[in-house]
Design a protein around this ligand. Structure first.
Ligand SMILES: Nc1ncnc2c1ncn2[C@@H]1O[C@H](COP(=O)(O)OP(=O)(O)OP(=O)(O)O)[C@@H](O)[C@H]1O
Ligand SMILES: [Mg+2]
Length: 589
């Protein structure tokens, strides 16, 4: 489906706009987290007071009840306030994730098929899942944890400074202040190691799969020993990577408690000293150690959040390039609606180069096709045949004023009409992992079963299909029957024939079928497309002998043009190709 000019918004702008839009939600969320921390830090303070009363022997049952209730109230209020903050942040993150996914999908639906061929679908999905998730996690988790940790830290510092001892706080906190630094520095190393473990595991799986499928070959060539050695190499690599990962995370996991105990030792030593010499009270000493225990985890989390932010910003960058890489091919502002195309084509290409190459893929290609003609395009590999075919439906964008259909520049035809008018079987024709029926009916959901069968018959693949147990309902692809190269080509042709468009392009779509089937198919095409424009790209000349015009491309240039007989007379490239293939045929017969 072709959308009209979906404007693509950079994910970074999207994020900025989202944050502005949700500023009140975030204000409420962050405020309630801050409030929750202010409540929470009262907890050690109260316990300190309690200890003092206890040590002075001034506790009464009424006071005990009072303190117990107060602690309970703190707990409830804390959970309530923090819960609100977390809920709001989490929800915002999900909403953003959803919006970003929507954007990606809308974008991918507008991309040309050639783009999908350059990047595998799996690769794209990977981006969608991992990168979008990383951004969401940083957004909701980050907002929660960062506000939480920073304010808890500030509140704790405030409480210890004002109610206990500045000196004690400063001295004993030194070791644990290294905790976030350690996380920031060491965290990525662990991640790298864990990714390497994953990679070596999947290498090993792939290796196993390959050897299993090549098992006959391995046995036939008596190379079991070689294979076994290669396999144990793979296993060693996995073990090595896992050991590395375990070493790294063990170091990490023991270092943080070490820093914590250092802080506690100092607090005990110096705090004990201050208590003994009555510079602080026992209750203050107890409260202080509680504060210390309280902030170790938040300090660790600050480090994790900073790492998460780094990862998320890399994801955001990747999403940006993913969304921005391919210039959109969209309708011109004054695009013409053309629902009744006859199939006249005029090509006047002076130069066409791909964006990433400075060698022209096509130059000086001029020809005219009247509606109903059959055109053959031949030429060596890399000559520019596929490029030429791609320019007609604007899979790649041709220069303005160089390609016309029914006299109108293709750049000015409404894209949906243009693509509706062209049935195109790409060179590496693409089938979905579903039933044959759905594959053929892809372009026309309303086709009746009879029409679908007829299309399969026209493409000379019906008999092959009937040999499968489930006939037209046979599943093909990853989870079903594997079709041969020639069968795939013919299913793709059936799909194009069903479309019954005024222009049909077959890009090397007969390369994998045998001579007989080719003959049969061409006879069928001649009948079916007698009054419709048909372009056949081929390496084997037998596929284009019957064409009204044959175009010979060489290194991007149109070097010869004419009917089969005319071209034979000219003694040029076509003649050479023909003689060569005749020779091959005699040899193979
Ligand atoms: N997407 C692309 N980006 C950059 N260069 C490309 C792209 N597609 C093709 N080319 C280059 O353009 C030239 C023509 O390629 P094209 O695919 O049109 O050849 P072809 O005649 O179809 O060859 P074949 O017979 O092998 O299919 C080649 O040099 C090729 O490397
Ligand atoms: Mg090609």
């Amino acid at each position: 489906m072709i959308r009209e000019g979906v404007a693509i918004e950079d994910p970074k702008h999207l994020l900025r706009r989202f944050l502005v839009e949700k500023r009140w939600t975030y204000t409420v969320a962050i405020s309630s987290i801050i409030l929750s921390e202010i409540v929470y830090v009262q907890f050690p303070h109260l316990l300190g007071e309690f200890t003092d009363l206890l040590s002075r022997g001034a506790l009464s049952m009424a006071l005990v009840t009072h303190y117990a209730l107060e602690l309970l109230a703190i707990g409830i209020l804390y959970v309530f306030l923090y819960g609100i903050g977390q809920l709001l942040n989490g929800r915002s993150g999900r909403i953003f994730e959803y919006q970003l996914r929507q954007k990606l999908l809308a974008h991918w639906e507008t991309l040309s098929t050639s783009y999908y061929r350059q990047r595998s679908i799996g690769d794209l999905l990977n981006h969608a899942m991992n990168d979008v998730r990383a951004v969401r996690e940083a957004l909701s988790g980050g907002a929660n944890i960062l506000t939480n940790s920073i304010f808890l830290l500030l509140a704790t510092l405030y409480m210890t400074f004002t109610t206990i001892s500045i000196k004690l706080t400063l001295v004993s906190m030194i070791p644990i202040l290294f905790v976030p630094l350690l996380v920031i520095w060491w965290g990525p190393k662990i991640r790298v190691a864990s990714r390497q473990v994953q990679e070596s595991l999947s290498d090993m799986a792939e290796f196993t799969e390959e050897s299993l499928s090549a098992i006959r070959l391995i046995k036939a060539t008596a190379s079991e020993e070689v294979e076994a050695n290669r396999f144990s190499g793979q296993v060693e690599k996995v073990v090595h990577m896992q050991m590395k990962m375990i070493r790294r995370s063990a170091m990490f996991q023991s270092f943080i408690p070490l820093l914590g105990s250092l802080s506690f030792s100092i607090a005990l030593f110096y705090g004990g000293y201050l208590t003994v010499y009555h510079e602080i009270r026992l209750g203050e000493f107890v409260a202080f150690t509680l504060y210390l225990a309280m902030i170790i985890t938040p300090l660790q989390q600050i480090g994790f959040v900073i790492n998460n932010f780094q990862r998320a910003s890399a994801s955001l960058m990747r999403l940006s390039t993913l969304l921005g890489a391919i210039p959109e091919i969209v309708d011109a502002d004054d695009a013409v609606a053309m629902t009744n195309i006859h199939g006249a084509i005029e090509v006047r290409i002076t130069v066409f180069s791909y964006a990433d190459s400075h060698h022209p893929a096509l130059q000086n290609v001029n020809f005219v096709v009247t509606p109903g003609e059959t055109i053959g395009i031949v030429g060596r590999t890399g000559a520019g045949k596929t490029t030429l075919a791609n320019l007609l439906p604007r899979i790649f964008e041709p220069p303005i004023g160089e390609i016309f259909i029914d006299g109108v520049d293709v750049r000015n035809i409404r894209l949906s009409d243009l693509r509706e008018a062209i049935a195109y079987v790409p060179q590496d024709g693409f089938l979905f992992s579903t039933t044959i029926t759905e594959n053929i009916g892809f372009s026309n959901e309303e086709a009746t079963p009879e029409e679908l069968r007829q299309a399969a018959k026209n493409a000379a693949v019906y008999e092959d299909i009937m040999r499968f147990r489930e006939g037209m309902e046979t599943q093909i692809g990853e989870r079903g029957v594997a079709l041969s190269g020639g069968q795939k080509q013919r299913v793709a042709i059936a799909r194009a024939l069903l479309k019954n468009a005024p222009i049909l392009i077959l890009d090397d779509s007969l390369s994998a079928v045998d001579m007989n089937t080719e003959k049969q198919l061409i006879a069928r095409l001649q009948q079916l497309r007698a009054h419709k424009t048909t372009i056949i790209i081929a390496h084997r000349l037998s596929a284009v002998l019957h064409a009204d015009q044959i175009l010979v491309l060489d290194d991007g240039e149109l070097v010869e043009k004419g009917s089969h007989e005319e071209l034979l007379q000219r003694e040029g490239i076509y003649r050479t190709l023909y003689d060569l293939q005749q020779g091959e045929r005699e040899v193979s017969v």
